[in-house]
Ligand binder design. Sequence first.
Ligand code: NDP
Length: 330
Amino acid sequence: MVETFRAMVIDTVDGKPAAGFREVSLKDLPDNDVLVEIAYSTLNYKDGLAITGKGRIARRTPLIAGIDISGTVVESRSAEWKPGDKVIVNGWGLSETEPGAYGRYQRVKAEWLIPLPDAFSLQQAMAIGTAGYTSALCVDALEKWGAIKPGEGEVLVTGAAGGVGSVAIALLSARGYKVTASTGRPETHPYLESLGATNFIDRAELQQKGGPLQKERWTGGVDSVGSTTLANALAQTARGGAIAACGLAGGADLPGTVLPHILRSVALIGVDSVMAPKEQRLSAWSRLARDLDKTKLDAITTVEPMSKLPELAQAIIDGQIRGRVVIDVT
Ligand code: NDP
């Protein structure tokens, strides 16, 4: 085992977050129970915010960035995990309050880990990453609420060509839902069709302020955009339907009314992946293992070295990333 390794570290310079590569020692890692040798991480919108400094993600510095880990246990003081176990960590404050994934090793709490599902390789688990696992949490939430039933109804996915959107389309279409994809990039239509989208709506249409109750179009929706897009999605949801909202790529505001909720019993289900309890995580990952077509997953994945993180972080903030980017930390 090496003693030092290169990591992407967020620091504070002139009162602002600034990220860069730095040599880190195993001794710098926290005294948690399980030492994981990281194989891959991934690039999420939140990682883009952290690395570019566009968002204040790290609440203390210096802190290793990266919110997702796949790797192998090398040391464990927990009876639950032993050396050689293949594991995943999503969220739990990595890159916010806890040192994260963009380096060769990390020491994590035993309760943060879940086993790598047999269906996936370590690389595929990070092709899914927080974005994909959040999509699964959203679909779980919609089905559990009873808003949507497999094989029935039309479901809206916003931010369709992004990470959350792409995996949501693949999961929903595998369950027999008709999926309408909202994207601002018409050139991605063939890609979204290959994932299972059957209809398209220009994202500009959902960004225009509409009436509080519009024509009922969707039984449910997965929204990673927020703002006017989410307000319109709610206003267009049919009686008894629901939108699972997880993101703010278009803004953190919600300029709508209560009318869809009080006149059509439409539900707005909030989805947070970071602190989701373990049983929700296991349920989401077993949905991914059951429903996600690995050929589709491989088709939406690119693998990049850690050295490209600065430019990739800027690209995801600029809305230029299609699908999922795996980061090879070796
Ligand atoms: P991506 O950047 O991969 O995807 C976001 C997509 O949103 C883009 O591809 C684009 O889709 C669309 N978009 C971007 N900018 C705008 C804009 N200004 N107006 C409208 N649409 C826009 O990010 P992720 O999929 O990784 O994450 C999506 C969102 O979900 C982020 O806000 C992220 O923070 C959040 N998130 C939340 C989680 C939680 O736990 N609650 C977990 C994971 C993500 P297109 O080009 O198709 O129009």
